[in-house]
Design a protein around this ligand. Structure first.
Ligand SMILES: [Zn+2]
Length: 304
């Protein structure tokens, strides 16, 4: 049977039951008093409406999440989350609009809220003893006020840190204002354990990494050197190939102020990939767990 046949993609009551099972594995939790006792369904109430005995509050599983105060049926939210989580390069708002037969503004609203759900709370340092972290940057799009020319000054810059671990490492990407050492170094130092073996290309902004990390090796791309023994940035090249194909093919018109959200989305899928034992269903589940505590409205700027 097709995954898309699951009742929670079509039926509102089933969708609520699915989200409740994901967010409340041990039963409903009151968003006001955090109580779990004497919570009962509201008789004759809306689908998914509960009442807390102690504090009398009525609530649904959407309270306090990115789905709160949205009029989009929950089963459609679940469809959209699944589509974004199961497509390796993501799905554009235009495609979502066509597939779900919703207005563009609605599709745009949904994709950005789902990206908010994908924001990881993982800020633990990357790398560590015996672990390699590859560091590189890539350039995409075009800045609104700059004409196209040679070089990268007119493009948006993204820097990524990616771990090499036998069991599969993590990625963490940043939309950066430029690629000078002054911009990149503080980020690298804040996110990478000093006991790490870091690998980069020969770019000048990385020249002094050896001062801050156990070991720094680089390949000289300018001289055609891409691999020297285990010195390379090919893990990151693989990540960027998906990222760039996605950004180019799927997200053609990404404005600068939203770029960090797209970057988050590609990190999310990478950090929840098949190689780490995460299939499409589990990845969707993890995105759904991320909707909590990130309530957003149309007017509110998407600062997550
Ligand atoms: Zn309560």
């Amino acid at each position: 049977m097709s995954v898309l046949s699951a009742p929670y993609f079509h039926d509102e009551a089933a969708a609520y039951a699915e989200l409740e099972a994901t967010l409340w594995p041990n039963g409903p939790i009151c968003p006001r008093c955090s109580g779990t006792d004497r919570i009962t369904p509201v008789k004759g109430g809306r689908i998914g409406l509960w009442r807390c005995g102690p504090c009398k509050r009525q609530f649904t599983v959407k309270v306090g999440t990115v789905f709160e105060s949205s009029h989009i049926p929950l089963h459609q939210w679940l469809q959209a989350v699944y589509l974004m989580c199961s497509s390796k390069k993501g799905i554009s708002s235009h495609q979502l609009m066509r597939t779900m037969e919703v207005q563009y503004k609605t599709a745009w609203f949904m994709t950005h809220r789902i990206r908010a759900a994908m924001v990881s709370g993982d800020l633990t340092p990357m790398g560590g003893e015996g672990v390699t972290v590859e560091i590189d940057e890539t350039f995409i799009g075009q800045k609104a006020d700059m004409p196209k020319r040679r070089g990268y000054a007119h493009k948006h810059a993204v820097m990524t840190l990616i771990e090499r671990r036998p069991e599969g490492g993590r990625s963490r990407s940043f939309h950066v204002s430029g690629t000078s050492a002054a911009t990149l170094l503080p980020i690298i130092k804040a996110h990478v354990n000093s006991g790490t073996h870091v690998m980069t290309d020969e770019a000048g902004q990385y020249a002094h990494l050896g001062k801050y990390f156990t070991e720094h090796d680089f390949v000289t791309h300018g001289a055609g050197e891409y691999v020297r023994g285990d010195v390379h940035t090919n893990t990151l090249e693989g990540f960027y190939s998906v990222f760039k194909r996605g950004m180019k093919g799927v997200y053609q018109h990404c404005s600068e102020k939203h770029l960090h959200r797209y970057v988050t989305e590609f990190d999310f899928r990478y950090n929840n990939r098949v190689r780490l034992g995460v299939n499409d269903a589990e990845r969707t589940d993890r995105a759904l767990k991320g909707i909590v505590g990130k309530r957003l409205t149309y007017k509110q700027p998407l600062e997550v």
